[in-house]
Design a protein around this ligand. Structure first.
Ligand SMILES: Nc1nc2c(ncn2[C@@H]2O[C@H](COP(=O)(O)OP(=O)(O)OP(=O)(O)O)[C@@H](O)[C@H]2O)c(=O)[nH]1
Ligand SMILES: [Mg+2]
Length: 288
């Protein structure tokens, strides 16, 4: 059952009973909101409902939404129109990095007026990764800068930046190899790549986005901790949000690491990609 449906079922019961709020705590924990926040939110809601004699479930849900709202970190992700924008897409294997690169390029074209985004095939590790990105490029009519399998990702990115400059392009989106957050050597490599791009900081608008799979729950928290610890990411794309039965991780990520969720991936198609909106997110989560 979807999280929102379970909230709905919960609030159908006697709102002012202690049991309802105990169950709400459990539900919030299961929904990946994090135990300590779950306890305090359920407690605050209980106090509020009792004090204000709230018995209308819709009112209670709105109060819950208001209580959760301050914990969500948002940040607008607009392209800098005066500088070249470089976006590095990071994350562990299979979370949806390459798909998100393509979706982001399409978004930039359609919503930011980006005339000629460039995709950089920075995953030189997995054999099929370059072709996969090229297929997206062809479908979207977006140029892909690539080298051969096994090439240095920093060199690929450097090439893409040069290509963007000579073509007058405003955006480079770089795919990277999926690296397990437990592999120290791969993270070191990522730190190196980051340093390469940092050299251009100032003249370019450099952003790092961590891709997290919404269905992986608490494991995603660990990934955020490691990646953010290694290279200081600017925000998150939460993918597979369409198949997640819970979405409280967005709140946990913001609360624990101060990381904003920038986009939601909601399917396998290019258009299944939305700028994150805290209000919509909470309404969907709680079922308002
Ligand atoms: N349902 C759903 N599927 C998604 C979403 N984003 C990506 N996928 C699917 O997830 C799978 C993996 O996506 P990729 O983009 O290849 O993931 P990746 O992180 O680049 O994978 P590696 O390069 O192997 O590390 C593909 O089948 C995608 O279609 C999403 O938002 N929703
Ligand atoms: Mg990939």
């Amino acid at each position: 059952m979807k999280f929102s449906e379970r909230i709905k079922a919960l609030f159908k019961r006697n709102l002012l009973s202690d049991e309802t709020f105990d169950d709400l705590t459990d539900l919030l924990i299961e929904g990946d909101i994090g135990a300590s926040l779950a306890f305090s939110i359920a407690d605050e809601l209980k106090t509020l409902c009792k004090k204000e004699h709230i018995s209308d479930t819709e009112v209670a849900k709105t109060r819950l939404k208001d209580l959760l709202r301050p914990y969500i970190v948002t940040r607008s992700f607009a392209l800098d129109s005066k500088r070249l924008n470089i976006v590095l897409i990071l994350g562990v294997n299979g979370v949806g990095k390459t798909t998100s690169c393509a979706k982001l390029a399409r978004w930039a074209q359609q919503s930011q007026g980006s005339s000629a985004p460039i995709l950089a095939a920075g995953d030189t590790f997995r054999a099929a990764a370059i072709d996969q990105l090229k297929i997206h490029g062809t479908r979207l009519g977006v140029r892909v800068v690539a080298q051969q399998h096994g090439a240095d990702p920093g060199a690929v990115l450097w090439d893409a930046i040069d290509a963007a400059k000579s073509a007058g392009s405003d955006l480079v989106i770089a795919d990277t190899a999926g690296r397990m957050h437990t592999r120290v050597d791969l993270l070191k490599e990522l730190e190196k790549l980051d340093k390469v791009v940092q050299q251009k900081a100032g003249e370019v608008n450099y952003r790092k986005i961590l891709v997290l799979d919404a269905t992986t729950g608490q494991n995603a928290m660990r990934q955020a901790e490691i990646f953010h610890g290694a290279v200081k990411v600017d925000g998150v794309i939460m993918t597979k949000y369409d198949s997640a039965s819970k979405g409280g991780m967005i709140i946990s990520i913001g609360r624990q690491f101060g990381l904003p969720t920038l986009f939601l991936g909601t399917g396998e198609h290019y258009e299944d990609f939305q700028v994150f909106d805290a209000g919509h997110y909470l309404e969907d989560l709680i079922g308002i």
